[in-house]
Structures are given as structure tokens and as C-alpha cells.
Design a protein around this ligand. Structure first.
Ligand SMILES: NC(=O)c1ccc[n+]([C@@H]2O[C@H](COP(=O)([O-])OP(=O)(O)OC[C@H]3O[C@@H](n4cnc5c(N)ncnc54)[C@H](OP(=O)(O)O)[C@@H]3O)[C@@H](O)[C@H]2O)c1
Length: 308
């Protein structure tokens, strides 16, 4: 059954969900790959992210890769997704026939840390960007109801749609040094499961997708392998799973449930030591890439050589 699901089961016709796809965090990594894939499948795409410049560049790149594609952009910083930002998004989305929402935006720790080492601003951002963004964006595309609880707009009124929420393999394992991130992703997964059962009878498919490692800026992995796909390869598989299971790890060789690669995290103290050494080395290299620092470093080395 697993082989059928991952390799032979045909993807759904995604245009049947509606005209537009909304992708959050669409200027990089998985979100950007999703935007290109959905445009390739004939959907109009609304790119949502925080940098206007990157949004304009991504839209331009997408239009030149897919002539005839309809692409629009919306600047939102999900770490500040308050009532007025949500109202702005709601009014932008209201006239659109939104078939698919890819709740992709997310943020992890800058590097693994004990929870008490995070700054207050990081603690708040991790909750807002991973959980609040998905929860509120979902509510916006579902639409509004009247006093009799009857749908007035959105996917509920149209009785069709797909909402894809991006969790993480980290949500499935005990993840010391990424405790808040993994807990936020577990929320994404549980929320999606409950909502999938609520909304299936209303014609709306909800699914949590749980990547493990993908070669993106966030993962800080450059080289793709059997278990670590590029965003484009990952999304090709992920898009084929839309409309099926409420929770899925789309990249077959990295089925999260069977993973042992996170076992190093069972000793957070050792993991932290390794990370600290790597951070120090990265910091030293970036310092050395600055000419003055390079000069100072070679002076220091000369002094050390003279002393010895
Ligand atoms: N990559 C992995 O290995 C991996 C594994 C498991 C789960 N995931 C999940 O997959 C999703 C995508 O991750 P990724 O690796 O593709 O990330 P990424 O390459 O870092 O891209 C993140 C995207 O989100 C945007 N973004 C970040 N913070 C934002 C904010 N506050 N408001 C609006 N937009 C914001 C970024 O815009 P800027 O370019 O302006 O920052 C970028 O477009 C996340 O939910 C992540 O948790 C990833």
C-alpha cells in the first residue's frame, strides 16, 4: 500500500478546488517551489511573504518561467499578524476563488538551543509564525457564516477547497534543543487532523505535510541526497498527495515515522557541545572573510610564531 501511495497513486486535478492558490512563505524554499508547481498545474498563484523586494523578484521569475501564468503578491509579516493585518489579508482574498491554501510559512531556531537560551522575541515569533499564521489564514479562506451558522463566503460556501499545513518530522519525535519549534509543529499536525475530519463532509480537504529535511535556507543543508530532497523534488511528491491522507510525510525515503537520524538529540548536552563548536567555527570563518579581521588574524599568528 505504501508503494502504491507514494509511487503509483495519481495526484488530484488541483484546478478542481478553485481558480487560485495562496502560498505563504512563497519567496524561498518549499513555498517558492510550491508556487512554481501550482502555476505549472494551471492555477493562479498569490505569493505571500514579508519582503516586498523578494516577492517582486519571485513573481517576475515565475512569470518568465511560465508565460501566461497569473501571479499576484501580498506583503505580510506573520510575526505581526494582528487584527488589522488579518483584515487587510481578508479584503485582498475576499473576491478570489481560492481553491488551495498552502500554509507553508514557518521559522525554527537560528540553531539548536536550550529553550531558556532563546530571546523573548524568538519565543514569540516561533509561536506566531508557525501556529498563528496557519490558524488565522485557515479561518480567512474558510469564509464567514451568518447568524444561522450558514456559510456566507469562502471555501465553506463554495463547498470545495484544500488547506495544506506544513508540519515537520520534528513534531513526531522528542526534540530537545528544538522543543518549542517541534511543539508548534505538533500543534499544526493535531489542528489539521481535527479540521480534516470536520471539513471532509463539507468538501474541503485538510492535510498536514511533514517534511523532514529539505535543502533550504532554514535547514542549512545544501547538498541533496536520497533522504534530503531539493524543494522542487520534495514539492513534486507533496503536491501529488494533496487531497488524500490528513497527515503525510511526502518524501518517501524520509518517511518520518521510521527515522532514526534524530537519535543524536537524545543527549542534548553533547549535541549542544557539537553545535557550539560549529557555531564558533562559522563565526571565525565569517570574521576572516572581512579583510581587516584577516590581517589581524595573520598578525596574531605571526606573534604566536615569534613567541614560540
Ligand atoms: N527545510 C526543511 O528541512 C524543513 C523541515 C521540516 C519542516 N519545514 C517547514 O517547511 C516550511 C518551509 O520551510 P523552508 O525550509 O522552505 O523555509 P525557508 O527556505 O527559510 O523559507 C521560508 C519562507 O517564509 C518566509 N518568511 C519567513 N518568516 C516570515 C514572516 N515572519 N512573515 C512572512 N514570511 C516569512 C521567508 O521569507 P524571507 O525570505 O523574507 O525570509 C521565505 O519565503 C516551514 O514551515 C518549515 O518549518 C522545513
Amino acid at each position: 500500500y505504501l508503494a502504491y501511495k507514494f509511487f503509483f497513486r495519481a495526484g488530484k486535478d488541483l484546478k478542481k478546488y478553485g481558480e487560485w492558490a495562496v502560498v505563504t512563505g512563497a519567496t524561498d524554499g518549499i513555498g517558492k517551489a510550491y508556487a512554481f508547481e501550482l502555476a505549472a498545474q494551471g492555477l493562479k498563484v498569490l505569493l505571500v511573504a514579508r519582503s516586498e523586494e523578494k516577492l517582486a523578484d519571485t513573481a517576475k521569475e515565475l512569470k518568465s518561467a511560465r508565460s501566461g501564468a497569473t501571479v499576484d503578491v501580498l506583503q505580510v509579516d506573520f510575526s505581526k499578524f494582528d487584527a488589522s493585518a488579518r483584515a487587510m489579508v481578508k479584503s485582498k482574498l475576499a473576491p478570489l476563488d481560492i481553491g488551495i491554501l498552502i500554509n507553508n510559512v514557518g521559522m525554527s531556531y537560528p540553531f539548536t538551543k536550550y529553550f531558556h537560551e532563546l530571546k523573548d522575541s524568538e519565543v514569540a515569533d516561533i509561536m506566531q509564525v508557525n501556529m498563528d499564521s496557519m490558524t488565522w489564514m485557515t479561518r480567512i479562506v474558510l469564509g464567514e457564516i451568518d447568524e444561522d451558522l450558514k456559510p456566507k463566503s469562502g471555501m465553506l460556501l463554495r463547498k470545495r477547497g484544500a488547506i495544506i499545513n506544513t508540519s515537520s518530522g520534528g513534531a513526531r519525535t522528542t526534540s530537545p534543543l528544538l522543543a518549542e519549534y517541534s511543539a508548534a509543529k505538533a500543534y499544526v499536525e493535531k489542528f489539521s487532523q481535527g479540521l480534516a475530519a470536520e471539513l471532509a463532509p463539507k468538501g474541503i480537504d485538510v492535510q498536514a505535510q511533514t517534511p523532514l529535511f529539505v535543502t533550504t535556507k532554514m535547514a542549512k543543508i545544501r547538498k541533496a541526497s536520497m533522504t534530503v530532497p531539493t524543494p522542487e523534488d520534495y514539492v513534486k511528491c507533496a503536491a501529488r498527495q494533496i487531497g488524500y491522507d490528513p497527515v503525510i510525510s511526502p518524501w518517501p525515503p524520509a518517511c518520518t515515522d521510521t527515522l532514526s537520524s534524530l537519535s543524536s538529540f537524545s543527549r542534548p548536552d553533547r549535541q549542544r557541545e557539537r553545535e557550539t563548536a560549529t557555531e564558533r567555527e562559522t563565526e571565525r570563518k565569517s570574521r576572516l572573510s572581512r579583510p581587516k579581521e584577516r590581517q589581524r588574524e595573520s598578525e596574531r599568528q605571526r606573534e604566536r610564531a615569534d613567541v614560540s
